[in-house]
Design a protein around this ligand. Sequence first.
Ligand SMILES: Cc1ncc(C[n+]2csc(CCOP(=O)(O)OP(=O)(O)O)c2C)c(N)n1
Ligand SMILES: [Mg+2]
Length: 284
Amino acid sequence: MSASTAKANVEQLREKLRTIRKGIITSTTAAGSGHPTSSLSAAEMTTALFFAGFLRFDPKNPSWPQRDRFILSKGHAAPLLYAVMAEAGYFPASELNTLRKLGSPLEGHPNLRRLPGIEASTGSLGQGLSLGVGHALAVKLDRFDSNVFVLLGDGEVGEGQVWEAVMSAAKYKLDNLIAIVDQNGYQQTGATKEVLDLTPLAPKFEAFGWVSQEIEGNSLENCIAALQKAVQAKGSGKPQVIISKTVKGYPISHLLGNDPNHHGKPLTAEQATKVLEFLETTTA
Ligand SMILES: Cc1ncc(C[n+]2csc(CCOP(=O)(O)OP(=O)(O)O)c2C)c(N)n1
Ligand SMILES: [Mg+2]
């Protein structure tokens, strides 16, 4: 088992979360582009996944066959993944500010050919869960007990391919596959309910044979409890989904004017300064 499965205690997790949130802001502001609010809404979940002992990984050996897999299907939240990977030791945190710069492996969307540790090249929404099904089948064939975690957006689940993956995961009894839907209520052009309302999501997954949990997802404790339950379902023969209700831009949405979506917009240098001060001290 790799050293990186060592559990951080909740105080250590909170410090990691603080560092990750700050990394999201500084990297996107330095880039002058990117998706800070899409990244922030899932920061608690991704921090819990990587640092509370759920994901087995080894930054020194990123292709370790027995590792667990994390696929960021909502690939535009790449600043979150990069901030987490820097914290996990895949590369120095100083590289975060090369985000989206020419020649940097930290591309606008994750590219597995450019950055060791990235499991799938994503950004074209809708594909990550299918890739997760492939990984989940492959590790079972190899007789590894690895889990596969896939993070999707609530706008993304309007893509038809997501539901093809949902159906095949149930058919193949992939109880090592855990989907997490970051239900922040917004997609690119507006509220998810207005663009394409798929709520309630849990019964739709359940109808296809999945087991669902619904949580308030901007809480490390809630994320840890839900991940615990999901990984304990091994042996049930059923894929697991966590519908994680979040706030887009949490916990800084009140500092972004009256735009609760603020999609795909980096903060200005002035906004970033204020936000970083807030993040330094907030207990949220
Ligand atoms: C196939 C595809 N269509 C459109 C886009 C453009 N796009 C980028 S982000 C986004 C909204 C995604 O919303 P959601 O899944 O809810 O993610 P959030 O940013 O809210 O976390 C869209 C439509 C894309 N990346 N891929
Ligand atoms: Mg969304």
